[in-house]
Design a protein around this ligand. Structure first.
Ligand code: BG6
Length: 485
């Protein structure tokens, strides 16, 4: 008998902007994702690619003279393939699918008072197909795709008024789709605003007053916390039985040595990561963070009402992404490696993917235990997977045994954490189908169980092929995690 509940939500996850394409179809407006260019050789020191954004680049993207430069605008054309793709997930036995709703399909500029009905209709079609396939939706309201107009006009989340725009958008989502959706996530990787403020918060660096960079980012984050709490309250009111979660990039970090200085630095890095879920689960800013704001002279506008809203509307569960662990050291003389929009010291005990992300299944178990022990609310793993260069054979096969072995080891670790008492609602892999990479906009960084015939430059038939991992994951789901062979 599997230790996992019979209701365990096995599935996959994607973000609208990385799959849908159809960037200007049926009234959709431009989002911050439509500005992201292809960056195969990201500088490891600027892994999030933040330095690539400026008002000049945004203006250039808006002019849209060379659409091909912006791969997220084409995605994998899921907009016109979703029925076929969901049929493949159904064949794999998916119980759940985590998607996001593109804010700009419903509110093209973010400022309209009424939603664009063609955009609303698209997600009705998508949810109906999922319902017929018996696949439970898990929906992220904001996954790196805020309206570009709000970024240009108000510097995104740096402006308090965006809270109202987001509440209006979310309320429409709850009213329209509450009939299909029980599980909602507010902000994808809410912590990521400190690493890539444009993608995550619509903040354009050269629009920030000089010397106010950090203050602006933490101010924007505060507004996201308030918005998240507000929409949590609205979801609970409008949808009976709804469950709202926060979403954290879990960046579990190990000390490079047992030297107390390394341990202290690591402790701070881990606390920095947990600060975000502390606010959303406990409903309060940690005192050490408030003290840091004071020490750094950051003046974050927080009203009494804001703090009350945050305190009274905490999340029902905590979801997180986990791709790799990191290592920290005081000394600068260590070899470094990339992680998910972060850099860390290279850990000699771990292998890495072709993109330098260190493969650490035990780190997933450590993360699950740490999070459950700290928060004691249900957890959900909503992103985990391995980006690789896959090869399609002449017979239309992809032999991705490396992916199978990545997942197998992570599932063992996950199951072992559940055996130790962690309450886990589900697992959605990133991503069930190849898509455009968030950080580099590459197509060649492939995550899926399903191969999509498209290259980095948009060439290909878009035909879908089952990889070897497709049949393997199907077996895992059918056995509820018992058969990992
Ligand atoms: C997560 C994001 O941080 O990492 C996803 O939520 C993203 O949107 C995933 O795709 C993997 O990162 P990348 O850069 O390899 O696509």
């Amino acid at each position: 008998m599997s230790i996992l509940s019979t209701h365990f939500l096995w599935g996959g996850a994607w973000a609208a902007n990385q799959v849908e394409g159809a960037w200007n179809v049926d009234g959709k407006g431009l989002s911050v994702a439509d500005v992201a260019t292809f960056k195969p050789n990201l500088d490891l020191q600027d892994y999030a690619g933040h330095n690539h954004i400026s008002m000049e680049k945004v203006d250039y993207a808006i002019k849209g003279e060379n659409i091909a430069e912006f791969p997220k605008r084409r995605g994998i054309d899921l907009y016109h393939h979703f029925e076929q793709d969901i049929a493949l997930f159904q064949e794999m036995g998916f119980k759940a699918l985590r998607i996001s709703i593109a804010w700009t399909r419903l509110f093209p500029s973010g400022e309209e008072l009424e939603p664009n009905q063609d955009g609303v209709a698209f997600y009705h079609r998508l949810f109906q197909v999922m319902k017929s396939a018996n696949i439970e939706p898990i929906v992220t309201l904001s996954h790196y795709e805020m309206p570009l107009n709000l970024a240009v006009k108000y510097n995104g989340w740096a402006n308090r008024r965006v809270i109202d725009d987001f509440v209006r958008f979310s309320t429409v989502c709850f009213k329209e789709y509450g009939q299909y959706v029980k599980y909602w996530l507010t902000f994808n990787e809410i912590d990521s605003i400190v690493r890539h403020p444009f993608t995550s918060g619509g903040i354009i660096p050269d629009q920030i007053e000089q010397g106010k960079e950090l203050e602006t980012i933490y101010q924007a984050l505060h507004y996201q916390f308030v918005a998240s709490a507000k929409v949590t309250q609205i979801a609970h009111k409008l949808i009976t039985g709804s469950q709202v979660g926060c979403m954290l990039t879990k960046l579990t970090t190990y000390p490079n040595t047992c030297k107390p200085q390394d341990v202290e630095k690591t402790l701070k890095r881990n606390l920095d990561n947990l600060f975000f879920s502390d606010v959303q689960v406990f409903g309060k800013y940690p005192p050490l963070v408030l003290k840091r704001f004071e020490r750094l002279g950051l003046h974050i506008e927080m009203t009494e009402e804001d703090l009350q809203i945050i305190e009274n509307n905490t999340v029902d569960f905590l979801s997180f992404s986990y791709y790799m662990s990191l290592t920290e050291a005081v000394s600068d003389n260590n070899e470094k490696t990339a992680g998910n929009t972060v850099m860390g010291v290279k850990n000699p005990y771990l292998p890495s993917t072709e993109w330098g992300w260190q493969i650490d299944p035990l780190g997933l178990k450590i993360s699950l235990i740490e999070l459950y022990d700290r928060y004691q609310i249900p957890l959900m793993i909503v992103e985990n997977g391995m980006g690789t260069v896959d090869k399609l054979t002449e017979e239309g096969k992809v032999h991705d045994d490396y992916r199978i072995s990545y997942f197998r080891e992570h599932f063992k670790a996950m199951i072992s954490a559940v055996e130790e008492g962690v309450k886990l609602l589900g697992y959605t892999s990133w991503a069930p189908i190849d898509l455009i990479s968030a950080s580099t906009s590459q197509m060649s960084k492939r995550y899926g169980f399903i191969y999509v015939d498209q290259d980095d430059f948009g060439r290909g038939t878009l035909k879908r092929y089952k990889k070897d991992s497709f049949e393997w994951y199907k077996k895992v789901i059918a056995s509820n995690g018992e058969d990992l062979a």
